[in-house]
Ligand binder design. Structure first.
Ligand code: NAD
Length: 352
């Protein structure tokens, strides 16, 4: 790492903006140089935390001491702030979903190219340990050839009672947690998508989806179920993957779970029938202990660079951005396809 310290100003000092401040603190080459929020109370909080506050976005953009603008506002204004910041010569980090449509995102990419500035999106969940373990497992073929993946997040607290409930702000769970889960999915396989089916849920009566289930088929034979729920009093596991040699489950962010595979050293053992409800079954009996191997979920080493360190490396031309524009665009196209599949109640056959 070099010695230069880059000055970051946070636009939108709400839940995520104030969290970014904490995340940036330990990064050697980044310093929080100030904050701008349209709400006075949020600015007072920033000032109380010892941060410089700007009186307007224009004041931030006019300040030559500002190197990086970090956008943590509601989704509807990401695009206009990103374009203005790039045109003012700032590098930009934008919260997810970067924009509400894929076309809007391409407009930002064009400006970033023209202005020769680094632009990226905070897809922080690529650094989540549960995801990195699953990706590693799939790469190593721990459960053989992957053919089914289920990735879910489920809560019982509904949609937070803010702009996330409103369509005009880019609310709804597909544009919220959905962005993370779909981004992770597209990092897991190199295969293209061939079809998408989906159902959005409106259990809470909001104008935006309070969750969704999507069924995504890839050309290499993988089927993925991606699901977000906010009305689930009992949760299903975070990850469930099936391959030709076994099954793995990670139940939660605490990494509880297990891997069970076929024991290659033991010939097929006939299962013993079990009592199941009012009948007997051999088909649904657990596999015999000697014919399977069971492994715990092992932790894996941290990623070489954090999201922020990678951004600095990209500014200095020392590394490629971890979150690439083509990847962000593909996720947005997939989200648009999920909306379309749900609205038309049809399977959309499309290469993505
Ligand atoms: P929030 O409502 O808590 O905060 C948003 C802040 O932006 C508020 O303080 C609001 O006053 C301010 N604001 C609104 N319009 C503004 C404008 N034009 N200029 C300046 N400030 C403005 O929302 P949040 O939960 O912090 O979400 C903000 C963004 O972060 C969203 O895009 C959201 O999707 C994203 N987010 C990402 C993660 C993640 O894990 N990557 C987690 C939470 C939120």
């Amino acid at each position: 790492m070099g010695n230069r310290i880059y000055n970051v100003v946070i636009i939108g000092y709400g839940g995520m903006g104030s969290y970014h401040v904490q995340l940036i603190e330990p990064i050697q080459q980044l310093a929080v140089g100030g904050v701008y929020d349209i709400v006075d109370y949020r600015m007072e909080l920033a000032a109380a935390g010892g941060y410089k506050t700007y009186e307007s976005l224009d004041a931030v953009l006019a300040d030559q001491a500002v190197d990086i603008v970090l956008i943590a506002t509601p989704n509807d204004v990401h695009k206009e702030i990103a374009i203005q910041a790039l045109q003012a010569g700032k590098h930009v980090i934008c919260e997810k979903p970067v924009t509400i449509t894929s076309a809007d995102f391409l407009d930002i990419v064009e400006v970033a190219k023209k202005e020769n500035r680094v632009f990226t999106v905070h897809q922080n969940r690529r650094w989540d340990e549960d995801f990195r373990i699953i990706k590693d497992m799939i790469g190593k073929k721990t459960v053989g050839e992957l053919f089914q993946l289920e990735s879910r997040v489920q809560g019982a607290n509904g949609i937070p009672g803010d702009w996330r409930q409103l369509k005009a702000y880019g609310g709804g769970m597909l544009l919220d947690w959905g962005v993370h889960l779909l981004d992770q999915l597209l990092q897991i396989t190199d295969s293209q998508i061939e079809s998408v089916a989906a159902k959005l849920s409106y259990i809470l009566g909001t104008e935006v989806d309070d969750g969704f289930t999507s069924f995504i088929e890839f050309k290499d034979g993988l089927t993925a179920v991606i699901e977000v729920g906010t009305t689930n009093y009992v949760k299903l596991p975070r990850w469930y993957i099936k391959g030709t040699e076994g099954t793995a489950v990670i139940r939660d962010w605490d990494l509880s779970g297990e891997i069970v595979t076929r024991n290659p050293d033991v010939a097929h053992v006939e299962p013993k029938p079990i009592q199941a409800g009012q009948g007997l079954t051999k088909t649904m009996a657990p596999p015999s202990e000697e014919s399977t191997l069971k492994f715990p979920i092992e932790k894996i080493p941290a990623a070489a660079e954090s999201f922020y360190q990678n951004f600095v490396s990209a500014i200095e031309g020392k590394a490629e951005l971890a979150i690439k524009s083509e990847e962000v665009h593909r996720v947005l196209v997939l989200i648009e396809t999920i909306f379309e599949a749900a609205a038309t109640k049809s399977v959309i056959r499309r290469t993505i």
